[in-house]
Write a protein that binds this ligand. Structure first.
Ligand code: DTR
Ligand code: ZN
Ligand code: ZN
Ligand code: CA
Length: 438
C-alpha cells in the first residue's frame, strides 16, 4: 500500500478539509459528462519527454547498446512503457509476432471510455536499429506519444472518441509490427478507426517541420497547430511507405503524422525558415551509433510533442453524439476496508423502452486513497456482472472514470447496481456518485 496508516488517515482528512470530497451530508458531485467542444490541449512537459528518452538510453546501455527487434533492449523498452501506462489506468495489451526468428511485441493501450465505434489512434515504433540506442529514431516519437497518453490520464480526459495508442515492434525490419497489427485486425475493427496518427523521428537535431499530406482533416489539424506558433511547415516527402502509417493507409484508414527529417539534406531555403544548418542532413546520426540523447533538438521535440496532444484533444472531441436518458445516484456509500464484503449503490431505471445500448455509459466517481485496491462491477437488473475496474492503477488516488459497457442484452428498466469491493488491506474510501446513461 502507498501510505502508513497514520499518513493515510491524514491524507483522507486533508482531502475532507480541502473539500475535495463530499462532507458528511451526501454531496452530489456532478458526474463528468461528455464535453461539447474540444477541451484545451495541455502543454506536454519537455522534461517528462526527455526523462523517457533518458530511460530508453539507459535501457540500451544496459542491453548491448541497442533496443532492436529480438534483442533484450527492445523488450525492456516495452516493459518500461507498459508499466507507465498500467499505472495511469490504461488497458494495455501485448501483441506478439515472429520476425527473423525472434519474438516481436506490439504494445497497445486503450483509454477506457469514448465511443467504441469511433477510435482515434496514435502510434510510434519503439524499436531501434542494431547500431545504437535509437533516441531520435524512434525514442522521440515513442516518448512523445507516451507522455501524451499520460497527459490524457492526468486530465481524466473524456473525449467523444475512444483513444488507443500503439508502440510498434520491428519497424526497422520493414514495418513488421504495424503490418501485423493491421493485418490481424478484423474488418469491423478496422472500420472503427477514424484516424491513425504516426510519429517517427520528431526530434531531429537539424530539424524540419514536415506534416504528412495524407488525410486532409488530420493534415489541417497539424497545420493549424503550427500556424498558431507561426511556424511554416512542409509536406513530408521522404516517402509514404517509410513508416508505420503505411499499413493503416493501405487498409483505407485515414492517416497523418509529423516528421522532423532523417537522411535528406536541409536546403538553404529550409534553413532560412526553420534555422539550423543548410547542406547538412536533418539527422546526421540516422541509423548510427550516435543516435543518442545528444541527438535531439529540444525545440523540435517540445513543439512536436505538444502537437501530438493538440491533435489528440482536437480530433478526439468530434461532435458528440447526444447522450440518451441518464440516471444518477449521488448518495455516499462507505467502502469498508478489506476483507469486508462488497458494497452496492443502486439506481432504479424506469421509462426507458427496450434494451440498454451497446454503448451504455457508466460514470464512476469513487474517492479512495489507493485505486489499485478496488474491484468495481456494474450489476444489471438480472444480476449479470460487468467488470469495470479490476485493481489497476496502483497507489493512485480516486477512481473518476467513464466506462462504455455493451449491455445490449439487458433490459434497461430495473434496478442497476454499482458494486465495489476493497480487496486489499489499508487505504479506504467511498462511492461518491455514479451515473448510467443509455
Ligand atoms: N523509415 C523511418 C525513417 C523515415 C524515413 N522517411 C520517413 C518519412 C516519414 C516517417 C519516417 C521516415 C525509420 O527509419 O524508422
Ligand atoms: Zn529507422
Ligand atoms: Zn523510425
Ligand atoms: Ca484498502
Amino acid at each position: 500500500m502507498s501510505l502508513s496508516v497514520s499518513r493515510r488517515l491524514a491524507a483522507v482528512t486533508a482531502l475532507a478539509v480541502a473539500g475535495l470530497f463530499a462532507s458528511a451530508a451526501p454531496a452530489a458531485l456532478a458526474a463528468p459528462t461528455a464535453v461539447a467542444a474540444a477541451p484545451t490541449p495541455p502543454d506536454i512537459p519537455l522534461a517528462n519527454v526527455k526523462a523517457h528518452l533518458s530511460q530508453l538510453s539507459t535501457i540500451a546501455a544496459n542491453n548491448g547498446g541497442n533496443r532492436a527487434h529480438g534483442r533484450a533492449g527492445y523488450k525492456a523498452s516495452v516493459d518500461y512503457v507498459k508499466a507507465k501506462l498500467d499505472a495511469a489506468g490504461f488497458t494495455t495489451t501485448l501483441q506478439t509476432f515472429t520476425s527473423s526468428g525472434a519474438t516481436g511485441y506490439n504494445l497497445i493501450a486503450d483509454w477506457p471510455g469514448g465511443d467504441p465505434n469511433s477510435v482515434l489512434m496514435a502510434g510510434s515504433h519503439l524499436d531501434s536499429v542494431t547500431s545504437g540506442a535509437g533516441i531520435n529514431d524512434n525514442g522521440s516519437g515513442s516518448a512523445a506519444v507516451l507522455e501524451t497518453a499520460l497527459a490524457v490520464s492526468r486530465a481524466g480526459l473524456q473525449p467523444t472518441k475512444h483513444l488507443r495508442f500503439g508502440w510498434w515492434g520491428a519497424e526497422e525490419l520493414g514495418l513488421i509490427g504495424s503490418k501485423y497489427y493491421v493485418n490481424n485486425l478484423p474488418a469491423a475493427e478496422k472500420a472503427k478507426i477514424s484516424g491513425y496518427l504516426n510519429f517517427d523521428m520528431i526530434g531531429s537535431p537539424n530539424p524540419g517541420y514536415f506534416v504528412y499530406d495524407d488525410d486532409p482533416t488530420i493534415e489541417q489539424t497539424f497545420k493549424n497547430y503550427y500556424a498558431g506558433l507561426g511556424i511554416p511547415t512542409e509536406i513530408e516527402t521522404e516517402g509514404d511507405g517509410r513508416s508505420d502509417h503505411a499499413p493503416f493507409k493501405s487498409a483505407g484508414i485515414p492517416v497523418g503524422g509529423l516528421f522532423s527529417g532523417a537522411d535528406y539534406t536541409k536546403t538553404a531555403a529550409q534553413a532560412q525558415k526553420w534555422g539550423g544548418t543548410s547542406g547538412q542532413s536533418f539527422d546526421r546520426c540516422y541509423h548510427s551509433s550516435c543516435d543518442n540523447t545528444a541527438n535531439i533538438n529540444d525545440t523540435a521535440l517540445d513543439r512536436n510533442a505538444d502537437a501530438v496532444a493538440y491533435a489528440i484533444w482536437n480530433l478526439g472531441a468530434a461532435t458528440p453524439v447526444p447522450p440518451g436518458p441518464s440516471f444518477e445516484n449521488t448518495t455516499d456509500v462507505t467502502i469498508p476496508d478489506s476483507p469486508a464484503a462488497a458494497v452496492t449503490s443502486p439506481i432504479t431505471v424506469s421509462g426507458v423502452t427496450g434494451n440498454a445500448p451497446a454503448t451504455t455509459k457508466v460514470d464512476v466517481n469513487i474517492v479512495h486513497t489507493y485505486r489499485g485496491d478496488l474491484v468495481v462491477d456494474l450489476l444489471a437488473p438480472d444480476g449479470t456482472v460487468y467488470n469495470l475496474h479490476n485493481r489497476s492503477g496502483g497507489s493512485a488516488d480516486n477512481l473518476v472514470q467513464s466506462y462504455t459497457v455493451n449491455a445490449s442484452s439487458e433490459v434497461a428498466n430495473g434496478v442497476w447496481k454499482l458494486r465495489v469491493k476493497d480487496s486489499a488491506a489499508q487505504d479506504v474510501g467511498y462511492i461518491n456518485s455514479w451515473k448510467i446513461t443509455f
